[in-house]
Write a protein that binds this ligand. Structure first.
Ligand code: PRX
Length: 657
């Protein structure tokens, strides 16, 4: 595939972004109280992390993590293998929970939680410590210990965070699976990771309905060869939850009954902390591996720098713990920093489209971190839902998951932030563990659509096809040229793919998979993916993954999937399909969409499916995705609807050009 920046303009907002030149400096008042409040301070931190990384990270780690045993070496780096804080022993759960209790801050609220039906719960750090210890004790009783993998498929309840932290407490490895994935996807992940324990709930509340999570898990467990036990939280109630004798146990029977005294285990710095599956450029999702100390430090420091965290903040990240944003900025970052986090279970439009603003007002949220796709939905739903509420508690806004188009940025700034809150547009990835580029809210004048500058420890390079640094204003592939503590340590069970994917293009440098350019002020602009990954509502999907799901239907011969611009989702999924002799009609269309839902999950269901007699291919047999992208976006063949009989001939015409 071609990797020119022009080719990457799949998101549709690039033209706007390229001409954006508005500048929004932080207010003097914000700057006055900010954690990083002068340009000099940033530049010193940045230079120290770049020029003397060992000294810089030694100090950071000693100051910001608890060590049961000190480390002897800061970083061993032989690309692609990084080892941080070698010889030391720490524990991410201890840093998130026990450290605050030990320091006399046990009464501080750790989690303020609200369920979709309106039920509420708060947990202090001390209460969280007891709950996490109970859960860890239950794990031990269920035969789970150091190095065992625990799959978690749960709604956004405090128990989800507790289940993650309890793994960290004893050195088990969590693999959280977003509770929208299908049974097939769960089984694939369970088998790939050799999960021993599965945790779920009876059901999940979504827009007033109950989704039967346990039923989906049962289907997955039929195909999961390594899972021995299943721990089930009662969340939605009802007597009809199927429980398999000898395998399934209720949370209230085995967790709530524990004493809650188990201390955190001192763990080697590089002990695996979690696996998180994400889409790559092939059909098979990859298990990104993060380890304990480096990840924990990176999550904490990036949280504190970017969100300007203060002790009295009420911080709300609206992500789900099923994604990396939830891992790093609901659990590990804010909790290590001792923050008070709001956690919400349900949909933003239930019971009405003002649910988020109701929560912000009720809990006096000061920092809000959400995704552009949500912002675009709020715009569509109308200002009246926002106007009903007092949002004056907000002081800082964040954005993540995809580039935020300037229109959405302006609305977020004015309507939600009242024109006074800085917006931190944070660029990062599952692989990077935490934020890599972002404005620092006290000092960075922001430009709508730019993630601005790298954080201390992040050395970006923009390179061409063959790895030479290029004229950065034109743009090219974005690489990171020094190791940083939060970087991924591998792809679970696939060391070759790890090297091929991230470290072979430019030897010794981490290839992000994104294109970017740097403007004359040194600001970075992310320009979309190099590979066949699309970004649907801020979630990564491989086009090949969706294609594989489509061709697994008996009536599909071939499928090609591309992203097309979408006002709400950023990118929508467009599929081109050739079929057997089956008649093409609405029923077939519905069946195919349903089939993909079943194979992967609702988030992968194609928005458009078009039937064609042949897919356009190059002479060497490669599907011409660029052409299909144009067709899907309506840039070619305007007015064409459901069948594209002539795609093959268009392709041959294009080929001659
Ligand atoms: O293409 C970039 C886009 O999302 C990709 C990472 O996806 P994922 O691993 O699922 O993590 C999402 C949450 C961190 C990136 O390679 N992306 C993420 N944030 C931004 C972004 N693109 C532009 N601007 C952003 N702020």
């Amino acid at each position: 595939m071609s990797a020119t920046p022009a080719d990457a303009s799949q998101g549709g907002s690039i033209d706007h972004v390229l001409t954006e030149d508005r500048l929004f400096p932080p207010s003097a008042e914000f700057t006055k109280n900010a954690v990083i409040s002068t340009q000099d301070q940033y530049e010193q931190l940045y230079a120290a992390a770049r020029d003397t990384p060992d000294d810089f990270w030694r100090d950071q780690a000693n100051e910001h993590l608890h060590w049961f045993e000190p480390f002897s070496e800061v970083c061993q780096w032989e690309a692609p293998d990084a080892k941080w804080f070698v010889g030391g022993k720490t524990n991410a759960c201890y840093n998130c929970v026990d450290a605050h209790v030990e320091a006399g801050r046990g009464d501080k609220t750790a989690i303020i939680w609200e369920g979709e039906p309106g039920d509420k719960r708060t947990l202090s750090y001390r209460e969280l410590q007891t709950e996490v210890a109970k859960c860890a004790e239950a794990y031990q009783q269920l035969g789970v210990g150091l190095g065992d993998v625990v799959s978690i498929y749960m709604p956004m309840t405090p128990e989800l965070a507790i289940a993650m932290l309890a793994c960290a407490r004893i050195g088990a490895i969590h693999s959280v699976i977003f509770a929208g994935f299908s049974a097939e996807s769960i089984a694939d992940r369970n088998n790939d990771a050799s999960a021993k324990l599965m945790i779920t709930s009876d059901g999940l509340n979504r827009r007033g309905k109950v989704l039967p999570l346990k039923q989906t898990v049962d289907e997955a467990l039929d195909k999961s060869t390594t899972v021995e036990k299943c721990l089930v939280l009662r969340r939605t109630g009802g007597d009809d939850t199927p429980m398999t004798e000898g395998r399934d146990v209720w949370w209230h029977d085995v967790v709530d009954t524990q004493p809650g005294v188990l201390p955190a285990t001192p763990l080697e710095s590089e002990t695996p902390l979690f696996i998180l599956y994400t889409s790559g450029s092939t059909g098979k999702p990859k298990g990104i591996l993060h380890t304990t100390a480096g990840y924990n430090l990176w999550a904490r420091r990036t949280f504190e720098w970017v969100f300007d965290h203060r002790d009295d903040d009420i911080y709300w990240c609206t992500a789900d713990c099923g994604w990396i944003t939830g891992h790093s900025y609901i659990v590990y970052g804010p909790m290590t920093a001792g923050a008070t986090c709001l956690m919400y279970e349900g949909a933003p439009n239930h019971p009405a489209e003002d649910r988020f603003w109701d929560l912000v007002e009720k809990y006096k949220v000061t920092i809000l971190y959400t995704a552009p796709t949500a912002v675009r939905a709020f715009i569509k739903w109308g200002d009246e839902h926002v106007d009903k509420h007092d949002l004056s508690s907000l002081r800082l806004l964040g954005s993540v998951g995809e580039g935020i188009n300037p229109e959405a940025w302006m609305w977020y700034h004015e309507k939600i932030g009242g024109g006074k809150c800085p917006i931190v547009d944070t660029w990062w990835q599952t692989e990077t563990g935490g934020i890599m580029m972002s404005p620092l809210p006290g000092i960075t004048p922001t430009k709508p659509g730019s993630c601005t500058k790298p954080l201390p420890g992040v050395i970006p390079k923009i390179v061409d096809e063959i790895g030479n640094e290029v004229d950065s204003e034109h743009g090219g592939k974005l690489c990171i040229s020094q190791p940083w503590p939060g970087m991924l340590r591998g792809i679970w069970g696939d060391p070759k793919r790890f090297v091929d994917q991230y470290f072979s293009d430019v030897p010794g440098q981490y290839l992000t998979g994104d294109n970017a350019r740097r403007d004359s002020d040194g600001y970075y602009w992310i320009m979309g993916r190099i590979d066949d990954v699309i970004n649907v509502s801020g979630h990564r999907l491989s086009t090949i993954e969706v294609e594989s799901a489509l061709v697994s239907h008996p009536d599909v011969c071939e499928a090609a999937v591309v992203g097309r611009p979408d006002d709400l989702k950023g990118q929508a999924i467009a599929a081109f399909v050739t079929t057997t002799n089956r008649e093409v009609n609405d029923e077939f269309l519905k069946e195919l969409k349903q089939h993909v839902r079943k194979q992967i999950g609702a988030l992968a269901q194609p928005d458009d499916i078009r039937f064609t007699s042949a897919l356009p291919k190059t002479r060497s047999g490669k599907i011409m995705r660029r052409l299909l992208r144009d067709v899907a976006a309506g840039r070619e063949l305007a007015g064409d609807t459901s069948t594209l009989e002539d795609l093959a001939s268009i392709a041959s015409l294009q080929e001659k050009d």
